[in-house]
Design a protein around this ligand. Structure first.
Ligand SMILES: [Zn+2]
Length: 325
C-alpha cells in the first residue's frame, strides 16, 4: 500500500509539460533542456535543492496551467502505484496578475479532483504557509484555505527556510484559523533546525504531524516526548539526502523513529528534483533502512490513521489494507 503524505506540487511538474507550457508562456528552454533544469543529478545542499524546486514557479502561471499540473501529479502518483496522495503547495507563490489566492487554490483543487476521478485513487490538497512571508500574508492564506475545507483542501502546512525564519509565533494565528476550519495540521520542522523545533511546532501550532524531523533523532528527550504524544513524522529519505540533511541514506533515522515508538509515514517530497518517487522510497525503507514487513504494515496503518482524508476514504483504505493481508 502506498500513501504519499508529504509531497509538493512544485516538485511534480513533468518535463514534457514544462516544455509545452514554457513554449506557450514564452519561457526560454534552458540549454540542457527542462528535465536537467528541474532534476538534481547528485546530492547537494538545501539552497541548490530549493532553487530546482522554485525553477518550476513560472509554470504556475494561470488557472489552466495550475489545474493541469495538479491533475498530472495525481495521474503520475497513480502510475507509481500510489493509493492516496496529499499534494501540498504554497498558493502565495503563485498569485499575480488577476490570480488571487482563491483562484490558485480552486485551480489546484480542480486538477486534484480531476486526477482522482480519472485514476480512482484518493487525493487531497494541503495549503502551505511560507516562513518567509509575514504573519498577515500567512493569515490570508489560512483564511483562503479554510474556504476550501471540505472542497478539496484537507490540510495546512508551514514550509520554507527553517534556519533563516525559525520563529513560529507570527504564523500561529494562521494555524488557529486553519485548525478551526477542520483542516489537518502539519509543519516542516527539525529538518534544518534543532529537535526542539518539532515540540515548538506541536505546542505553538497544534500540529499532529511533523515534516522531515530528522534532527529529532539527536535529542532522546524530544524523541521520547514525540513518541509519548503520538506525533507523526513524515519521512522523505532521498530528499533529506539530496538537501544534505543526512550524510547518506543509511544514516536516515526512520528506523530509529519506528523502534522508539514514533508513528512514521512516508512521502517523496519533490520526486522530480530527486528522481525518486514514492514506490522507490518504500523500497528504500525495506532494502536500505531494514524495515521488515511488520514495520511497513505499522507504517501503512499509521498513514491511514494520520492522513487528512475524509472518513469514508479512510475506511476504504483501511479495508484495502485489511484485504491485502
Ligand atoms: Zn517538504
Amino acid at each position: 500500500m502506498l500513501l504519499n503524505l508529504h509531497t509538493h506540487l512544485e516538485g511534480r511538474v513533468r518535463p514534457a509539460t514544462a516544455r509545452e507550457l514554457g513554449a506557450r508562456l514564452g519561457l526560454p528552454e534552458p540549454a540542457g533542456g527542462w528535465e536537467a533544469a528541474l532534476q538534481l543529478s547528485a546530492p547537494s545542499d538545501l539552497t541548490c535543492y530549493l532553487e530546482k524546486v522554485s525553477a518550476t514557479y513560472p509554470f504556475f502561471a494561470d488557472r489552466t496551467c495550475l489545474t493541469r499540473i495538479a491533475r498530472e501529479a495525481v495521474e503520475d502518483a497513480a502510475a507509481d502505484g500510489q493509493d492516496y496522495i496529499e499534494l501540498r503547495f504554497g498558493p502565495a507563490s503563485h498569485v499575480g496578475g488577476s490570480r488571487d489566492l482563491d483562484e490558485v487554490i480552486a485551480a489546484v483543487c480542480e486538477g486534484t479532483a480531476q486526477g482522482a476521478a480519472i485514476t480512482g485513487i484518493g487525493a487531497g490538497a494541503i495549503v502551505c504557509a511560507l516562513r518567509l512571508h509575514d504573519g498577515e500574508t500567512n493569515e490570508a492564506v489560512a483564511r483562503a484555505a479554510a474556504r476550501f475545507a471540505g472542497r478539496g483542501v484537507v490540510g495546512f502546512d508551514l514550509a520554507g527556510d527553517e534556519i533563516l525564519y525559525p520563529d513560529l509565533g507570527a504564523v500561529a494565528p494562521a494555524f488557529g484559523i486553519a485548525g478551526a476550519a477542520g483542516l489537518g495540521l502539519t509543519c516542516h520542522a527539525a529538518e534544518a533546525g534543532p529537535a526542539s523545533a518539532a515540540i515548538e511546532a506541536a505546542n505553538l501550532l497544534g500540529v499532529t504531524r511533523i515534516g522531515h524531523g530528522t534532527h529529532i533523532a539527536e535529542d532522546p528527550g524530544v524523541l521520547r516526548e514525540i513518541a509519548a504524544r503520538g506525533i507523526v513524522i513524515e519521512v522523505c529519505p532521498t530528499s533529506n539526502w539530496y538537501t544534505g540533511g543526512i550524510a547518506g541514506l543509511r544514516a536516515h533515522p526512520a528506523r530509529h523513529f519506528h523502534a522508539c515508538g514514533v508513528p512514521v509515514v512516508l512521502g517523496d517530497d519533490n520526486p522530480r528534483q530527486t528522481g525518486s518517487p514514492l514506490s522507490a522510497e518504500r523500497q528504500l525503507l525495506r532494502e536500505t533502512l531494514g524495515f521488515s514487513d511488520a514495520a511497513l504494515r505499522t507504517l501503512d496503518k499509521a498513514s491511514i490513521a494520520a492522513g487528512f482524508m475524509e472518513p469514508a476514504l479512510r475506511e476504504r483504505l483501511a479495508r484495502q489494507l485489511a484485504d491485502s493481508s
